[in-house]
Ligand binder design. Structure first.
Ligand code: CA
Length: 713
């Protein structure tokens, strides 16, 4: 035993010596210097080394060359196409003159940050029919840097460590607990103290959430923290699991497996050695199925602080006890040191889906304030004595009248916020939303497909009788982006700007008094950070969701943003999006003062919904088909079979697909394009019923004269 310990110490000493004595000198091939924790914390002004720029995740650039006076001179320096056609949600990183960006599925690309010259491209080769195993498009939010490697996860749950010079794979681990459950990874890794931190998604489809830390050099697993308990009969992993299991009832490990996936948000305080984890919603969503309708169900919808080195639990704050509405607390968290009532406080801030903006003491977890930042009717307020929300009467027993606000899409989703220490404001890319959640217990657990145990309007279904124009209005009314600037010290709104459909992009604030944001209508803007006034804008031709970032090289400041419409807004919401020009253009765009590059023109053409030539089946078939479509198909192909445009609108194609319908739906004839075999869920006659429903929806749409805009070929 003693010998083993001595050997281990010797090995560590060697590692330490080699690391400490390593001169930050370029090799022959490049000028890349090792990325370290010190370098991330004290990031050179011009660099952007971690997802939210540094561990505090403020997404604030101290650069001032582009400012509220000069921004009118901002122009396109260069752009580069990205190799995928799905949503792009990634924040680029910049180190040593190289810009790293991820694309859908977990592709990683490196560019010369000055010229845009492509340096390398890593394709994780995710099978396209894995796409259906996630809730919200095959997106990826970014990479991480450490030492001489760049790290990014692929959609199918692999964590890939690549050589920063070449993009070659150095090591790879499968982060999934098992290969049966529908785990996906869309979030950016964070690297703290040499550990790569990564979570996962899947709580719409039935998984148990957890976060894992891997050694950045070797890929060896160092710790794993489960966010919800497993089956007690199999034994709890630790005392924390035994404790939180007391807040669960029934057989949650079967009825949805708990959920609580940490699919996006982390922050790290090196001085406290605390890693903060944003935990997602329950699975199944409906607590009546998940936990016999009772219990807080820890750590769903919570911010959890753990020791970064060991993953040991320290404190938690649950934003939505017993969540039943997809109110994740996975949203972006920001650390800042601010004065509250004249007293300096180390805080963590979050605007989770549930509509309250929370300010907590990040050392103790004490709740300092919680106020609504968007329309909320599920709770009247948060009781500051108990820290718990005061729920609206009738919310749990189904007697609550009408729509619940926010909707499952949230008052704020994954789009990152920004905090400017200069204005003292937190900027939230928020959204007005609402939905009707009707219990649906027709299937208790259908592992592997969307199963929330709710019928949800208008997300998956809108009454056919609602005309298309009114559907669009419904979308405007219920899914409207609002940019909010809040003072976290008083937890009050300072200014707001109303935007277009759904959530606009993530945010970047700068010391030049600027706030950058794009939107789904294809406009990229800079506002004055103190007042919200628009100072500059440019037409980027297609929807933009990801956060911009900024860097500086050779005395020139750049603004970079990755573009590619998609995500959840590109999937089920077609029935409320109306006839929009939502074209996926996937590319990286980089701006600087005085630049004059131009984007190539995009031609669009109007296509009318063709008249179906196939027989629409019987009334009974169509009614059955409607149920089945909304259960199995609508999350990708759109509620009411009206696609939001990213994935095939079946009504436009039914005349061509009709003959091969059974082979496509049940046998996977188009699996390589992303449509998996659904034979295990859908019988032959059920597939025919779905077809009858699609034909009928095509007929109704044709008679309404429906059209869509598509790129001209
Ligand atoms: Ca969710």
């Amino acid at each position: 035993m003693r010998n083993v310990q001595r050997a281990a110490c010797a090995a560590i000493a060697v590692l330490c010596l080699s690391a400490c004595s390593r001169e930050p000198v370029a090799n022959n091939e490049s000028d890349l210097q090792p990325v370290t924790g010190t370098r991330i914390v004290s990031a050179e002004q011009g660099e952007w080394l971690s997802h939210g720029r540094d561990y505090a995740e403020q997404r604030f650039s101290p650069l001032t060359q582009i400012n509220d006076q000069t921004v009118k001179e901002l122009g396109l320096a260069w752009f580069a196409p990205l190799p995928t056609r799905r949503g792009i949600e990634a924040t680029p990183l910049m180190a040593d003159g190289v810009l790293y960006v991820t694309a859908s599925w977990g592709h990683v690309l490196a560019f010369d940050a000055r010229s845009g010259e492509p340096l390398w491209h890593f394709d994780p080769k995710v099978p396209k029919d894995y796409g259906v195993r996630g809730c919200c498009d095959a997106v990826n939010r970014g990479a991480a840097l450490w030492g001489d490697k760049v790290y990014a996860a692929s959609y199918d749950g692999r964590l890939n460590a690549l050589d920063r010079n070449t993009g070659e794979l150095v090591w790879q681990v499968d982060t999934r607990l098992n290969t049966e459950d529908p785990y996906t990874v869309t979030g950016a890794p964070r690297i703290v103290n040499g550990l790569v931190i990564i979570g996962n998604g899947g709580a719409e489809l039935g998984v148990r959430g957890y976060v894992t830390a891997y050694d950045a050099e070797s890929g060896e697993q160092r710790w794993r923290f489960f966010t919800v308990p497993g089956n007690p009969a199999e034994g709890f992993e630790d005392a924390t699991q035994a404790r939180i299991a007391k807040t669960w009832y029934g057989q949650w490990w079967e009825n949805g497996k708990g959920g609580g996936t940490a699919w996006d948000s982390f922050a790290f305080d090196p001085a406290l050695n605390l890693l903060y984890i944003g935990v997602g919603n329950g699975s199944s969503w409906n607590r009546k199925i998940r936990s016999e309708g009772k219990g807080d169900n820890l750590f769903l919808s919570s911010i959890v602080a753990v020791k970064a080195d060991t993953g040991e639990y320290v404190w938690h704050y649950q934003t939505t006890p017993g969540d039943s509405w997809d109110y994740t607390a996975t949203q972006h968290m920001i650390l800042a040191d601010i004065a509250i009532d004249g007293e300096p406080r180390k805080v963590i801030m979050q605007a989770p889906k549930n509509g309250f903006f929370y300010v907590l003491d990040r050392e103790s977890g004490e709740l300092l304030s919680a106020e609504k930042y968007m329309p909320v009717n599920w709770a009247s307020h948060v009781d500051m004595e108990t820290g718990r929300p005061v729920e609206a009467p009738g919310l749990r027993d189904g007697s609550f009248p009408g729509m619940i606000q926010p909707a499952p899409s949230g008052a704020h989703n994954w789009q990152p916020m920004s905090y400017s220490p200069k204005t003292g404001l937190v900027y939230i890319p928020a959204m007005v939303s609402g939905a009707i959640y009707a219990d649906d217990f027709s299937a208790k657990d259908r592992g592997g497909i969307w199963n929330t145990n709710y019928a949800i309007a208008p997300m998956l279904e809108v009454p056919d009788a609602v005309p298309v124009e009114q559907r669009a209005q419904m979308g405007e009314m219920l899914l409207k982006s609002v940019l909010v600037a809040r003072d976290p010290a008083s937890n009050r709104e300072v200014w707001r700007a109303e935007g277009g459909y759904f959530s606009s992009s993530g945010l970047l604030s700068t010391a030049g008094n600027l706030l950058f944001q794009g939107d789904l209508d294809g406009i990229f803007r800079a506002r004055a950070a103190d007042t919200g006034k628009v100072l500059w804008q440019t037409d980027v031709q297609g929807g933009l969701m990801a956060s911009p970032m900024s860097y500086s090289l050779d005395g020139e400041q750049y603004i970079a943003v990755a573009q590619g419409w998609g995500g959840i807004s590109g999937l089920p919401y077609g029935a409320v999006s109306g006839p929009r020009n939502m074209i996926n253009i996937s590319r990286l765009m980089v701006y600087k003062l005085g630049a004059e590059a131009e984007l190539p023109s995009v031609e669009v053409t109007e296509q009318r919904l063709p008249k179906p030539t196939l027989e629409p089946g019987t009334d009974e078939q169509r009614a059955e088909g409607r149920e089945l479509f909304n259960l199995y198909c609508s999350v990708c192909h759109g509620g009411n079979a009206i696609s939001a445009g990213l994935i095939s609108d079946l009504r436009y194609r039914i005349n061509d697909l009709g003959d091969s319908w059974q082979a496509i739906v049940r046998d996977g004839a188009m699996a390589s394009l992303g449509m998996p075999a659904r034979g295990e869920f859908v019988s032959e006659s059920e597939a025919e019923a779905i077809k009858a429903y699609v034909i009928e929806q095509a007929r109704l749409g044709h008679e309404r004269g429906e059209k869509r805009l598509v790129p001209a070929r």
